[in-house]
Write a protein that binds this ligand. Sequence first.
Ligand SMILES: [Zn+2]
Length: 80
Amino acid sequence: MIYPDVNIEEWCKRYRLEIRSHKCLCCGDQQITSMPWASKHWRGLIAPTHGCGESYRFSVAVEISTEGQQDWKNIYSLIE
Ligand SMILES: [Zn+2]
């Protein structure tokens, strides 16, 4: 998973994502999905770490097409 340095509004528009908030199931703190993330064929938003560990981070994701993956590879060669 990488955290691309992109404009969050454009990211949301491009992948039809919405910034959401959700209570942590561990500590009850409000988490906001304010960081764009990407892995091979997934794009999403994730809440920053807040001390409860990766499994408690709230995130949303969408799966993208093969075409979209190709575009991505042209821009970010980091993705395997
Ligand atoms: Zn927590």
